[in-house]
Design a protein around this ligand. Structure first.
Ligand SMILES: CC(C)(COP(=O)(O)OP(=O)(O)OC[C@H]1O[C@@H](n2cnc3c(N)ncnc32)[C@H](O)[C@@H]1OP(=O)(O)O)[C@@H](O)C(=O)NCCC(=O)NCCS
Length: 188
């Protein structure tokens, strides 16, 4: 499958998407096993940026998990699993964002977690990651993309709503005492 996205233009048939962000070019592409270390570092940076926003035990558990000795093997398996969607945003050979999810046979694509390094936010990378995730979900036959997010993550909620996701439900005190909103987008 090859696809190319430059600015707001998307065409489907590639493993990589390019996004213009100011002077630098950010490439959105499928992760490979070589990305494991950097992807985990980026994930830890994203979780660290949520200190003071989400409960401390949640943040610290996730950061610890990003550094757990077994997690690299787990992530390698995830990256090579065809039911998974593992995308990275790369700028200057550095991973600055990611989107991780999985599809099932029933037509659902579940976006598990995504993030952009704090130093690279508000440059359109998050939007392009979601766009690429949706495109890849369609390619894998999904009819719907769903995810959950905490109301405290206002930039994320704004991003999803901007991108056509609608709130479908609220799970009260679902993780670490935090309410989670389910957002979904049906794919035509
Ligand atoms: C949510 C996140 C991925 C957005 O990434 P980003 O690259 O900064 O997003 P973009 O620059 O593509 O912004 C796209 C849209 O999202 C919304 N948005 C992003 N950051 C925002 C902010 N700080 N305040 C308000 N809206 C924001 C806006 O609608 C924005 O569109 P605009 O720039 O035209 O106003 C990033 O803030 C992040 O990593 N947050 C921490 C992790 C997280 O919350 N992940 C989601 C968990 S479910």
């Amino acid at each position: 499958m090859r696809a190319c996205v430059v600015g707001s233009t998307a065409s489907l048939n590639s493993d990589s998407f390019s996004v213009e962000t100011g002077l630098l070019m950010t490439r959105i592409r499928k992760a490979t096993v070589r990305d494991v270390h950097e992807l985990l570092e980026c994930q830890a940076r994203v979780w660290a940026s949520l200190r003071g926003v989400l409960p401390t035990p949640w943040i610290e558990d996730e950061i610890k998990r990003s550094h757990h000795p077994d997690v690299k093997d787990i992530l390698r398996k995830i990256i090579t699993d065809q039911t998974r969607i593992t995308l990275v945003a790369e700028e200057n050979h550095t991973i600055v964002g990611f989107a991780l999810g999985r599809t099932d046979k029933g037509g659902l694509s579940w976006l598990g977690f995504m993030g952009v390094s704090p130093t690279h936010r508000r440059q359109g990378i998050g939007r392009k990651l979601v766009q690429a995730y949706v495109t890849e979900s369609k390619t894998k036959g999904a009819q719907k993309v769903s995810l959950n997010t905490a109301p405290e993550l206002k930039p994320a909620a704004k991003l999803y709503v901007d991108m056509g996701f609608v709130p479908e439900g609220l799970m009260k005190r679902h993780r670490y005492g935090v309410d989670l909103i389910i957002f979904s987008r049906f794919l035509e």
